[in-house]
Design a protein around this ligand. Structure first.
Ligand SMILES: Nc1ncnc2c1ncn2[C@@H]1O[C@H](COP(=O)(O)OP(=O)(O)OP(=O)(O)O)[C@@H](O)[C@H]1O
Ligand SMILES: [Mg+2]
Length: 416
């Protein structure tokens, strides 16, 4: 419809539709009829989806705090109005897609269950299928929040939830497939035959992750506090573009003048902001702290918590603290796998941003939007001058104090 050609009818120049040769009036009537039919269908579909999610909220049982969880879920539903889109999959469909959840399709395993690679019959769409552990009901809240949150939030740096399956006691989430897996696989669990991430890819991943957070904090309305930023929750597409995943712990943020929401402390040890761990008061700044930890992991190649290291090096932030206080030691912080291939000025700027995000005082941490702005300068090699470009640091040797002093541009304050 819509494309018209000119023909002469009873001496009058008339417009007829190229596909059905009917005059526009007739066509209009039909289009109107069809439109009404379509909009009725769309409304019905939307209603079905909304009711589907509503009944999902109603039918899912929680072992504890049932009313609290249900009202939290209803709140997300209310905020989402009719705009929460999530496809409902049949268990059989997903079993067929994953060859009966075969171990040969296993992509990984986390605290809530296993993730399989799948191929949907009919469309051949490649997907990631997360089957939540059915031992108990503790995953129900996370399952529901994930379905509702990800149905509501859409951004290029957030993983796309395609749908879910809640047949019987099955709780399964279906996501877009991220071919390069998680940041953890490329940074912290690097197999010996894999090439380490170069400096600019690390900065690109940091900027993308920060942009995902910026969307949650500053664009989503009401804002969302992610609560679970860590290397294993940053997934990578074929070009190393990062997407945040796992929204089961996400919280609708404070509304109006409120600066925090009170909640049970959850998240992952090592990434958790100290004030949140102490008081349970969750703010956007708790996410900024977790971002600081991930950013430090990207710079150092060290895990937030690594129990295989000597005691004083097990907690990344504690290990880095004294080094960040001494400019002469900045270079020692960089991941040895980078082999000195990074612009030294960028390293200092990156460390300055990480240190600010990790500030003990939540109110002294930067807003994530400002972090994005600061990091944008670090992803483009053309911003680096010849003298601070790669190889400026000889492998396995530290530059003299005076060299470092010269390299630090306008940044002579202590970082922590
Ligand atoms: N959409 C996806 N595409 C490709 N691989 C994925 C996808 N989602 C998850 N994975 C893989 O599955 C692994 C396990 O993910 P999962 O989120 O279950 O656990 P986790 O993040 O390691 O731990 P936690 O349960 O604490 O979040 C990831 O590390 C990643 O390698
Ligand atoms: Mg995860």
């Amino acid at each position: 419809m819509g494309i018209f050609s000119s023909t002469k009818r009873r001496g009058k120049k008339m417009m007829t539709c190229v596909c059905c040769n009917k005059p526009p009036d007739e066509n209009k009537k039909q289009t109107k009829k069809r439109k009404t039919k379509w909009s009725w269908r769309i409304r019905k579909e939307r209603k079905k989806k909304k009711n589907g999610l509503k009944s999902l909220v109603g039918n899912i049982s929680f072992r504890s705090n049932s009313d609290k969880h249900r009202s939290a879920a209803n709140e997300i539903l209310r905020v989402g109005n009719e705009n929460i889109a999530a496809r409902v999959f049949k268990f059989q469909e997903l079993a067929a897609a994953t060859k009966n959840f075969s171990t040969s399709n296993l992509l990984g395993e986390g605290g809530f269950g296993r993730v399989y690679k799948g191929c949907l019959e009919g469309t051949n769409e490649v997907v990631a299928v997360k089957q939540l552990d059915r031992n108990g009901f503790q995953g129900n809240r996370e399952f529901l929040v994930e379905v509702l949150m990800l149905g509501l939030l859409h951004h290029q740096n957030l993983v796309n939830l395609l749908g879910y399956c809640a047949d019987g006691d099955q709780r399964i989430l279906v996501y877009e497939y991220m071919p390069l897996g998680s940041l953890e696989d490329h940074l912290l669990d690097l197999s010996p035959n894999k090439k380490p991430l170069d400096w600019y890819t690390r900065m690109k991943i940091a900027v993308g992750a920060a942009k995902g957070l910026e969307y949650l904090h500053d664009i989503a309305n009401p804002p969302v506090i992610y609560r679970d930023l860590k290397a294993s929750n940053i997934l990578l597409d074929e070009d190393y573009n990062p997407k945040l995943s796992d929204f089961g712990l996400a919280k609708l943020g404070p509304i109006g003048d409120k600066t925090h929401v009170s909640t049970r402390v959850m998240g992952t040890y090592g990434y958790c902001a100290p004030e949140y761990a102490l008081t349970g008061q969750l703010t956007k700044m708790s996410d900024v702290y977790s971002f600081g930890v991930v950013f430090l992991e990207l710079i150092t190649g060290r895990r937030a918590i690594d129990i295989k290291k000597p005691t004083n090096e097990q907690q990344l932030v504690h290990w880095a603290e004294p080094l960040l206080r001494d400019k002469r030691k900045f270079v020692q912080i960089a991941d040895p796998l980078l082999k000195g291939k990074f612009p030294i000025k960028s390293l200092y700027q990156a460390l300055a941003v990480a240190a600010l995000c990790l500030h003990k005082e939540a109110s002294s941490r930067p807003l994530i939007g400002d972090v994005v702005t600061a990091l944008q300068f670090l992803i483009n090699p053309s911003n680096d001058t010849a003298e601070d470009s790669e190889q400026s640091i000889p492998e396995k040797s530290s530059p003299s104090n005076s060299e470092i002093e010269r390299e630090i541009v306008g940044n002579d304050n202590v970082l922590i």
